[in-house]
Design a protein around this ligand. Structure first.
Ligand code: HAM
Length: 450
């Protein structure tokens, strides 16, 4: 088959057989963030390029090498968002949220675009769940967002992600650090890649997270920021650690974490997996106390994190965590002939209105082909409708798993099917629990499912 083209390199189709997994974790993320007071924000997929140049930083890999930037038909430079923080910060300023009760707690699920070298866990289009807390300088907030990420992992049953923590100080304490870095890299200049040579003057910290393996090697023994942070930043960091200790959140200090985006100040952190290969950072975040001012707004200390849903699903798969597949079809009604087809259409409409997932033939297939189809889509029950059934107003309901059949009246069928299926599910649940539910009335609970 000569299909015109394939999906673009670094992008992936999430097929219907898999999509429920994304929906499942997305819902959990939004629900848990909701418990912490985060409300969802949806910002545009593209922004003025300047937003990322100013926000993410001119000397970052993201801005220098990875952005999807183009001129639109009006000649404006537009960029597909490489991350969610800059857009959320822009929207916060544009809509005057700084006048509302602070901190503002925003969360999002969005697709991001980075022209990186695709490999396992690294795509050019990928999805992030993120949170941003805008308008608080307190170390309690740092611990709170870290605990939010932890709670999501715990709820999903994900284990073994290591929390790595660092402080990269404020612009003040970074001045001394930059000097120390310049001195260190100046002496090893001949080994740096051309991009890093450019960074040496402007922003030597960026050399620390250059993706070139040679620069990476050179940076191994570079001075560590923690030896240079000022008293205020140090006190903040100590306090964050104390909160985490109190909350029984384990962490390791990793003085090498600098994060790949320029807006960070003070606390930075990553949750890292060793089970999914080189791209093991599932979640990354930190403080960005200067970003809102950089974008032209008032001083608004803020912080947040984002986790890649693709990488999280990879970890869940590596750990054998099953995500329950939603039922695709409770009942398939198989009509034989035109009259029955009209009747079947009315019956499935009633069933769907009652909350049951019901399907019928929309192709004009033979009965045999319809039953094959019902089997393929995983229908739990089937019901054949022909002239005899229409005349007698009764039909046979077949349990596709056991092959058992039950007589069902067609008048008021949607209601009686609901009752029937609730009884069946109750019995199945009780059997799976070894009869523990004998005598317990579960119908009220099961009713809510439909
Ligand atoms: P980031 O570390 O660039 O931070 O990305 C966050 C997460 O997105 C990563 O830990 C990873 O799971 C996922 N990710 C990044 N790039 C890719 C890729 N090419 N393919 C697959 N997944 C990827 C940020 O984006 C910040 N905006 C996070 C933040 C929010 N900081 C404060 N607030």
């Amino acid at each position: 088959m000569a299909v015109v083209t394939k999906a673009v390199k670094g992008t992936q189709d999430i097929m219907p057989d898999e999509v429920y997994k994304n929906q499942f974790i997305e819902q959990i993320m939004l629900d848990i963030a909701g418990k912490f007071g985060f409300r969802e924000i949806r910002t545009p997929v593209f922004e003025h390029t300047e937003l990322f140049q100013r926000g993410v930083g001119e000397t970052t890999d993201v801005v220098q090498k990875e952005m999807y930037t183009f001129d639109d038909k009006g000649g404006r430079s537009i960029t597909l968002r490489p991350e969610g923080t800059a857009g959320a910060a822009r929207a916060f300023l544009e809509h005057g949220l700084f006048n509302e009760a602070l901190p503002q707690k925003l969360c999002y699920i969005l697709n991001c675009y980075r022209y990186e070298k695709p490999q396992a866990g690294r795509w050019r289009e990928f999805q992030q769940f993120g949170v941003e807390m805008l308008g608080t300088a307190s170390p309690a907030a740092d611990a709170e967002i870290i605990s939010l990420a932890k709670e999501i992992f715990a709820f999903l049953g994900v284990e073994g992600l290591q929390l790595e923590l660092n402080s990269i100080g404020c612009p003040e304490c970074r001045k001394n650090y930059h000097n120390a870095l310049r001195e260190y890299f100046e002496a090893r200049k001949d080994k740096l890649c051309p991009t890093c040579l450019g960074r040496l003057e402007k922003n030597p910290m960026r050399i620390l997270d250059c993706k070139s393996p040679i620069c990476h090697e050179v940076a191994k023994d570079a001075p560590a920021i923690l030896d240079y942070i000022c008293d205020d930043c140090s006190a903040h960091f100590e306090s964050v650690k104390k909160y985490l200790d109190k909350m029984n959140i384990e962490y390791v200090i990793n003085p090498r974490i600098v994060r790949g985006l320029d807006y960070y100040t003070r606390t930075v952190f990553e949750f890292v997996s060793t089970e999914i290969g080189a791209q093991g950072t599932v979640c990354g975040g930190g403080r960005y106390d200067g970003l809102l001012e950089e974008l032209g707004g008032p001083h608004t200390p803020s912080l947040g994190f984002a986790m890649g849903t693709g990488r999280l699903l990879m970890v869940m798969q590596a750990q054998g965590i099953e995500i329950p597949a939603p039922p695709t079809c409770d009942i398939y009604v198989a009509p034989m002939g035109e009259n029955a087809s009209f009747e079947a259409a009315a019956i499935v409409a009633d069933l769907r209105a009652s909350g049951v997932s019901a399907q019928t033939d929309v192709v004009g297939r033979s009965l045999k082909a319809q039953m094959k189809y019902a089997d393929k889509i995983g229908a739990k029950y089937t019901m054949v409708l022909g002239d005899d059934e229409l005349n007698s107003k009764t039909a046979k309901l077949k349990n596709m798993a056991t092959g058992e059949t039950t007589e069902a009246g067609l008048d008021g069928f949607a209601d009686s099917f609901m009752e029937f299926i609730i009884k069946e599910e109750t019995a199945a649940l009780n059997a799976s629990l070894g009869g523990e539910l004998d005598g317990v009335d579960l119908s009220a609970i099961l009713n809510q499912q439909f």
